[in-house]
Write a protein that binds this ligand. Structure first.
Ligand SMILES: Cc1cc2nc3c(=O)[nH]c(=O)nc-3n(C[C@H](O)[C@H](O)[C@H](O)COP(=O)(O)OP(=O)(O)OC[C@H]3O[C@@H](n4cnc5c(N)ncnc54)[C@H](O)[C@@H]3O)c2cc1C
Length: 231
C-alpha cells in the first residue's frame, strides 16, 4: 500500500481506568464486598491482570463489555467501511455522500496491487477522473448529490467515527487480522489495535488473528500460520 493510500486511524476516546473497571466487574461476581469498595481498594496491576486473564480466558466476556473505545478513521475506501459496518455491535458516524457534495476530483484509494504497476495505476487514475467528470455533470444538471453518488466507486475515500466495546474489538481483531481478510480492512484494524495497545499494552495478546488465539486455523484456505484442525 502506498504511504498516502494508508488508513489514518486515531484512538479518540477510552476510559482512563480500563483495567480497574474490568477488574471491579470481574471481582464483583465473586465477592461479598460492594463494587465501589473493590474499585477503591485496588491498584495492584499484576493482581488485576491475573484475574482478568482467568475470567476472559474462561469465556466470561461480559466483564470486558464495560469498556468502550472510539476511533476516528479516514483515508479508507467505501469498500473498506462497507465491510466494517457489517459488525453489528459497533456504532458509526460516517461522512455522508448525500450531504457532502464532491467538489472537483473526489479522493480515492488505489489498491496496492494496482498501485505497484505504473501502467495499471495510470489507467485507474484516468478512470477516476472520468467518473469525477460524470459526477460533476450530474450535479451541475441539478441531480442531488444523493443520486449523483450512484456513479462513485468503491474506491471513493471516506471518513468514519467508530465506537465499540472491548469484547467486539477483540472479535473484530480475531476476524479481520486474519490473512483471509481483505488487505485494507486488515490494515485499518491493525492500526486500531496498535493505537489501543500503545496505551494499554496488556491487550496485545488479545488483539490477534483468531488462529493465534485458538492455536489452530478454521479457514477453508489456510495461510499456514497455524495448523488446520484435523478433519
Ligand atoms: C475473511 C472474511 C470474508 C468475508 N466474506 C464475506 C462475504 O463474502 N459475504 C458477506 O456477506 N460477508 C462476508 N464477510 C462478513 C461476515 O460474514 C460478517 O458479516 C462480518 O465478519 C461480521 O462478523 P460477525 O457477524 O461475527 O460479527 P459481529 O456482527 O461483529 O457480531 C459479533 C458476534 O455477535 C453475535 N451476533 C451478532 N449478531 C447476531 C445475530 N443476529 N444473531 C446471533 N448472533 C449474533 C455473533 O456471535 C457474532 O459473531 C466476511 C468476513 C471475513 C472476516
Amino acid at each position: 500500500m502506498e504511504e498516502n493510500n494508508k488508513p489514518v486511524v486515531n484512538l479518540i476516546s477510552r476510559p482512563e481506568n480500563m483495567l480497574k473497571t474490568i477488574y471491579t466487574a470481574a471481582r464483583t461476581c465473586y465477592s461479598a464486598d460492594m463494587p465501589i469498595n473493590i474499585y477503591n481498594s485496588t491498584d495492584d496491576e499484576e493482581k488485576m491482570l491475573k484475574l482478568i486473564e482467568r475470567v476472559v480466558g474462561s469465556g466470561h466476556y461480559s466483564v470486558i463489555e464495560h469498556i468502550q473505545v472510539t476511533f476516528a478513521i479516514s483515508n479508507v475506501s467505501r469498500a473498506c467501511t462497507h465491510q466494517l459496518v457489517r459488525h453489528r455491535h459497533m456504532s458509526f458516524s460516517q461522512k455522508s455522500q448525500r450531504y457532502v457534495k464532491e467538489k472537483g476530483q473526489f479522493d480515492y484509494i488505489i489498491p496496492p496491487t494496482i498501485a505497484r504497476d505504473e501502467e495499471l495505476k495510470a489507467k485507474f487514475v484516468e478512470f477516476m477522473g472520468e467518473i469525477s467528470q460524470k459526477y460533476s455533470e450530474f450535479v451541475e444538471a441539478g441531480i442531488p448529490a444523493e443520486d449523483a453518488r450512484a456513479v462513485l466507486p468503491n474506491a471513493a475515500a471516506s471518513s468514519i467515527v467508530a465506537s465499540l466495546n472491548l469484547r467486539e474489538l477483540i472479535h473484530l481483531a480475531n476476524l479481520r487480522l486474519c490473512t483471509r481478510a481483505q488487505y485494507e480492512i486488515r490494515t485499518m484494524v491493525k492500526l486500531m489495535c496498535d493505537e489501543l495497545v500503545k496505551v494499554e499494552p496488556w491487550l496485545a495478546p488479545y488483539l490477534v488473528p483468531k488462529c493465534v488465539r485458538n492455536g489452530f486455523c478454521d479457514e477453508d484456505k489456510s495461510c499456514g500460520r497455524m495448523p488446520k484442525l484435523a478433519q
